[in-house]
Structures are given as C-alpha cells and as structure tokens.
Design a protein around this ligand. Structure first.
Ligand code: GDP
Length: 298
C-alpha cells in the first residue's frame, strides 16, 4: 500500500536527518518552538492549529533536552491525537437505498472518488446505482460513465442541461425498484455561481426526501488536499450549501502536502472517510491517523 503522504518530514527539515541516531540534543526553547510553529504553518496547518500544536508540544517540556527523534515522536503523537477522532469510514446504514450525495468544486475529484467508492462497495457485495447529477458538464457525465463501467455499476444520466433534481428522482426510483443498497449522486461544483448551486442542491435534497425523508444519508464533500488552505474555505462554503457529513481528501499521493488535514480536523472535526492516493480505481484508502502523523512529521 502507498503511504498516506510522501511529504518529507517536517521536523526532518528543521533538525536535519543526520542526528536521529544520537547527535547532540537540543533544549526546547522559545526560539525552537517558534521555528516549529513556522514550519507547521508553512505545511498548511494554519496559524491557529500550528500554535495549538506547538503549545501542546511545549507543555511541561520547556528546557528539556530532546533529540530530533523524540521531538518527531512527540509531534506525531500530538498530530495523531487531533486526527484520531476524525478517522472514521463512511457509515453504512440499514437503508435501501442508502443515498450518498457527493459535493465539491470541479476538479476536486468527485467523479473519480464516486468511481472508486462504487468499486469498493461492489467488492463488498453491495449493489450500487450512480446518478450523473452534474448535467451541465457533458465531460463529467462521460467520465462517470467510464467509471461506472470500470466498477460494474449502472450510471443514470440525463440530457445535457436538464434538471439534476429530476434525474435524482428518477435514479431514486430506479434504485428502489432494483433494491439497490446504495445510490450515489454526483453534483455540480460551480462554486462561482453560489446561489444557483445552493438552489440546485436544495432541490435535489427536496426531491429525494419525497421518497425518503432521511435522505441523503451521507453528504460527502470531496476536497483536493493539494489546494492547501483553500480546502478550509471550501468546507465553510459547502457547509452553507449542504449538510456535509464527511470528507474525502483526494490527491494525497505524490507531493501532496497533507498538513491541511490537521487544520481541517482541528477546526471542523468532520470525519475523514477516505483518502485518494492516485488516479486508479483502487487508489482510495481508509484514513489512518497514526500512519499519517508519522509520515507528516517524520
Ligand atoms: P471532479 O471535477 O470533482 O469530478 O474531479 P475528477 O474526478 O474529474 O478529478 C479531477 C482530476 O483529479 C482527474 O485528473 C483525476 O484523475 C484526478 N484525481 C482525482 N483523485 C485523485 C487522487 O487521489 N490522486 C491523484 N493523483 N489524482 C486524482
């Protein structure tokens, strides 16, 4: 399996890698804490989270001599402490169909994530229907059809420019008729037309609630981890548009800087259901807080 992130360790840069095997220890002082805090900010953790983490690190340890390895371990512990509560797979309910609404800006990885999730659900023996709800982007619909084929899952589409809510209703009808376990609904990501998008999402929700008042059972926000602090704004924006129940963080492979996940967890506490670690169908992994913390700080 691929690591959660291949980012070079944060403290590795500050302390140097050479001294992990017993070079001189350094006393934890204000100057060093400040450098650590700067590093955390540079790594997309945001000022608040960086200062909270640094404070936790300093707690009861000022003046004590630490090796680079000890410092990394302590920081990893503090990061893991923040991440553990949010590391939760997408809940599966005893609902048929369980409706999963997928939101996020264009390019974040919605289509890809829906394909990967559909494939995982299929592998777990569940039947899935996908609704290509971004009816204004022909390319998005085509992409989703490709993913549907790969995952062996039917994809319901509607003519370009037609009402996504009416497609959602038809998809719900089909999922009910077929006794599908899950219905995944893709949505548009035109955040620049906020009012339109809000109305569009609200209408989809209204329409599927006619069939099941508890739907959607999950509203997943897909975020591109490489957009750094921008991801924080997107959570804020989408929380105004939809009742976001969990996150999928994409593009944590390659050179992705995972620091923003710490800021997200610290600030919003939304569950991180899965992480995208590549463009292939199997490149979706559960979020492992310890592995993540060690990779981030190491
Ligand atoms: P959408 O507009 O939100 O539906 O985004 P797409 O699913 O079309 O993804 C946009 C681009 O990001 C595509 O080129 C995907 O292959 C790529 N992508 C999505 N998820 C990941 C990931 O986890 N890792 C990498 N490296 N690329 C990804």
């Amino acid at each position: 399996t691929k690591p959660a992130t291949t980012q070079p360790g944060l403290l590795g840069r500050l302390m140097g890698r050479a001294d992990t095997t017993g070079a001189p220890r350094r006393a934890l002082d204000d100057d060093m804490l400040e450098q650590i805090e700067d590093l955390l900010i540079t790594a997309d953790m945001g000022v608040e989270t960086a200062s909270r983490l640094t404070a936790a690190l300093a707690q009861g340890r000022m003046g004590s001599k630490l090796s680079s390895r000890e410092l990394k371990q302590l920081l990893a512990q503090e990061v893991a402490r923040i991440m553990e509560p949010v590391a939760r797979p997408m809940p599966i309910y005893n609902k048929r169909p369980q409706v999963v609404l997928v939101v996020g800006v264009n390019g974040a990885g919605k289509t890809t994530t829906i394909g990967k999730l559909a494939s995982q659900f299929r592998a777990a023996g569940k039947s899935v229907v996908i609704a290509a709800g971004d009816t204004f982007r022909a390319a998005a619909v085509e992409q989703l059809q490709v993913w549907g084929e790969r995952a062996g899952v039917p994809v319901m589409t509607a003519p370009e420019g037609s009402d996504p809510a009416s497609l959602a209703f038809d998809a719900m009808t089909r999922a009910e008729r077929d006794g599908a376990d899950l219905l995944m609904i893709d949505t548009a990501g035109r955040l620049q037309n906020r009012a339109d998008l809000m109305e569009e999402l609200a209408k989809i929700v209204r329409v599927i609630r006619k069939k099941d008042p508890d739907a959607p059972h999950n509203t997943l926000l897909v975020l591109d981890a490489t957009t750094g602090q921008n991801a924080l704004n997107q959570v804020q924006e989408f929380q105004k548009l939809a009742d976001v129940s969990g996150l999928v963080m994409t593009k944590l492979d390659g050179t992705a800087r995972g620091g923003v996940l710490v800021a997200l967890a610290d600030r919003f506490g939304l569950p991180i259901h899965a992480i995208g670690v590549g463009e292939q169908i199997d490149d979706l992994a559960p979020f492992d807080p310890e592995e993540f913390a060690v990779a981030l700080t190491g």
